[in-house]
Ligand binder design. Structure first.
Ligand code: DX5
Ligand code: ZN
Length: 224
């Protein structure tokens, strides 16, 4: 059985208490911290940039999973590596020279991920699969936390799992959007290895610790 990693996305965290919330997620068993960078161009809104990544870098040793939802990602990649990003994820829809960006990230000794919007087919990234550390399947349209999970995207997760296995590739298969106690087990059953979740972990209904525990319990049930 593959190890399933949980990547809390700070997009819905309480930014006035960010350090505290990240430490709580880490203590509750988070495997990485997911940071959503939005530029108001590739997606409608602006979220956070380099200073937040630098601040998060100072409060955790967990790998930082940087999700670049920006146009011309090649212009931003190095700044996010310098800020402390460990895994740099770029959208194929935004990258004219995806392979060049992959080479750049690898040359800097970081991991690289490629992301697919719900409408983007697997074929858009098939050629680069041997060079990437991770493929991210968006299970919502990027831009906001708290949107409903698109079940249709599960077929893509399944097909990617088959393809990666057939090619003997060890890339992580990350899902992002609408992941909660109900959808997380379905993602894992479809072959996902990394689960990003913002509103299911950072919300005002329960503590981060309680939310992480619920998510982990839902995943543990899969093995029983
Ligand atoms: C969406 C972001 C996601 C988002 C997920 O554009 O890429 O990482 O934070 O939020 P939830 O888990 O609330 O759907
Ligand atoms: Zn994200």
């Amino acid at each position: 059985m593959r190890e399933i990693k949980i990547a809390p996305s700070i997009l819905s965290a309480d930014f006035a208490r960010l350090g505290e919330q990240i430490r709580e997620a880490e203590d509750a068993g988070a495997h990485r911290i997911h940071i959503d960078v939005m530029d108001g161009r590739f997606v409608p809104v602006i979220s956070m940039g380099v200073p937040i990544v630098e601040a998060v870098r100072r409060v955790t040793r967990l790998p930082l999973d940087i999700h670049l939802m920006v146009v011309e990602p090649e212009r931003q990649v190095e700044a996010f590596i310098d800020a402390g990003g460990d895994i740099i994820n770029v959208h194929v829809e935004a990258a004219t020279h995806l392979h060049r960006i992959i080479q750049l990230v690898r040359r800097r000794g970081r991991q690289v991920g490629v992301c697919l919007n719900p409408a983007t087919p697997i074929s858009a990234i098939e050629e680069v699969l041997p060079w990437v550390d991770q493929v991210m399947v968006m299970t919502v349209n990027p831009g906001y936390a708290g949107q409903p999970f698109l079940s249709e995207a599960l077929g893509k997760v399944r097909r990617l799992r088959t393809l990666l296995d057939e090619l003997g590739l060890k890339a992580e298969l990350e899902v992002d959007g609408g992941v909660n106690v109900e959808t997380a087990p379905r993602c894992v059953a479809a072959g996902a290895t990394v689960l990003v979740a913002a509103s299911a972990i950072f919300n005002d209904q329960a503590t981060v610790t309680a939310n992480m525990a619920r998510l982990r319990a839902a995943l543990a049930e899969l093995h029983t």
